[in-house]
Ligand binder design. Structure first.
Ligand code: AMP
Ligand code: MG
Length: 409
């Protein structure tokens, strides 16, 4: 009997549904770069706190300079010198000016600033060669932030601008989501560790590293466990140890081969498996379920499949757990194919591609070898071109969907 495979969207819904947000911690501002904030940030006061000068020059009353021009300079008496950070001691009266620096508070009585460039000093006086409009070169109180403004909402990932704004509102510490601890375990008799000699027939355990790197790139904390050999006892011990983490990811051993023990072990540990196959290529064998309250992802062993299934399923789950506001999926854009693309048409196919931008359009150059074990096809790939189920061919020059998987420039 054949049962219809779940679509990627159906599977993703099943993944997202049981994920619960992690708690928060208070950390220092600079450490919060890249973390998800879990409090709303409201401007406590107006910034700037006072109206201030946008230029080095003279604070004046615009009306005094109504008739000023190069042929008719107006002389004003300079009554004070005002650096940034200080408040003028005197109020400005008719016929007076206060020398003012950028950022200094506009003195009472002044309603404009003239740039130093259109003035000439003459002892206690200044000659001004241009008229000014009321408000000229004055930054208003609250021009940047107004008390009560919502500046950053809970669920925002903090980037460099957010760190600057948080400093502006004097937040040396902020509340952010805890980072999920993600146990990573690789299974397989053929695997050797990164620092072990590789003999014929053996395979270096690269998945633990690519997956750990993906976890880090998403903001999680990876914990790599020793390789579990293809027997129930070792896999069980490894999975039980992994339960100390918030999330568990295994790679390999989820297929229907004679040595694929992950599913039986999960079942014997009482896991609620939500699915174990998805209609996608690469990556069809992928198990997901809750194991003693922890999300468990059994990713395929093939190097490319494990990375792609991470991006499509594990990443959104980690982002939800980290309290990030939705959407949790990677962005999708339309791109032009640089070459013909083929698929068997039985499952949705994801092809590794490198995008280049030219004259208003993104063009996708497909990696020449698209095998699910060709890890080098991921080098430089910044997108996955999507061929929908039942599509067997798309021609060079046609528009297709592409999922952005890394920086494009
Ligand atoms: P499996 O899903 O266990 O049947 O493995 C599928 C393919 O992926 C096999 O060719 C494995 O050798 C390879 N593979 C499995 N685990 C890893 C790993 N941790 N690192 C690199 N390749 C792996
Ligand atoms: Mg295996």
């Amino acid at each position: 009997m054949t049962t219809k495979l779940l679509s990627v969207e159906e599977a993703l819904e099943k993944v997202i549904e049981p994920i619960t947000p992690l708690g928060s911690e208070r950390i220092d501002l600079l450490s919060a770069l890249g973390r998800v904030i879990t409090e709303n940030i409201i401007a406590p006061i107006d910034i700037p706190t006072t109206a201030n000068s946008a230029m080095d020059g003279y604070a004046v009353r615009a009306i005094d300079l109504e008739n000023a021009s190069s042929r008719n300079p107006i002389r004003l008496k300079v009554i004070e010198d005002l650096p940034a950070g200080y408040i003028a001691k005197s109020n400005l009266d008719i016929g007076q000016a206060i020398r003012i620096m950028t950022g200094a508070t506009i003195p009472n009585g002044a309603d404009a600033v003239v740039m130093v460039e259109v003035t000439k000093t003459d002892g206690e006086y200044v000659e001004i060669y241009e008229s000014v409009k009321v408000g000229q070169h004055i930054r208003l109180k609250g021009e940047d932030l107004q008390a009560g403004n919502l500046l950053i909402s809970s669920g925002t990932k903090l980037g460099t601008s957010e760190i600057g704004v948080l400093a502006l509102v004097q937040r040396p510490f902020v509340k952010v989501s805890r980072q999920p601890l993600v146990a990573i375990l690789s299974t397989g008799d053929e695997l050797v560790e990164i620092d072990e000699p590789i003999t014929p027939g053996k395979v270096v355990n690269s998945n633990s590293y690519s997956l750990a790197a993906l976890v880090k790139a998403c903001g999680g904390i990876p914990f790599i466990q020793p390789i579990a050999r293809d027997n129930e006892a070792e896999i069980r011990t490894s999975i039980e140890a992994a339960l100390a983490a918030d999330f568990i990811i295994s790679s390999g051993g989820v297929s229907v081969g004679d040595y694929d023990y992950v599913k039986p072990v999960l079942n014997s540990l009482g896991a609620e498996l939500k699915f174990w196959r998805v209609s996608m290529k690469p990556g069809k064998p992928i198990a997901f379920g809750m194991l003693k309250g922890k999300p468990y992802f059994g990713l395929p062993g093939n190097t490319v499949s494990s990375m792609l299934s991470f991006l499509l399923f594990v990443r959104p789950a980690l982002l939800k757990a980290m309290n990030l506001a939705a959407p949790w999926t990677l962005p999708k854009i339309k791109v032009v194919l640089d070459s013909d693309a083929r698929s068997k048409g039985d499952r949705r196919t994801y092809l590794r591609a490198t995008l280049r931008y030219d004259n208003g359009l993104f063009y996708a150059r497909l990696a020449p070898r698209q095998g699910s074990g060709v890890l080098s096809s991921m080098l430089g790939a910044n997108a996955l071109v999507v061929l929908e189920e039942s599509v067997t061919e798309m021609k060079k020059g046609e528009l297709v969907d592409a999922i952005i998987i890394s920086n494009m420039f």
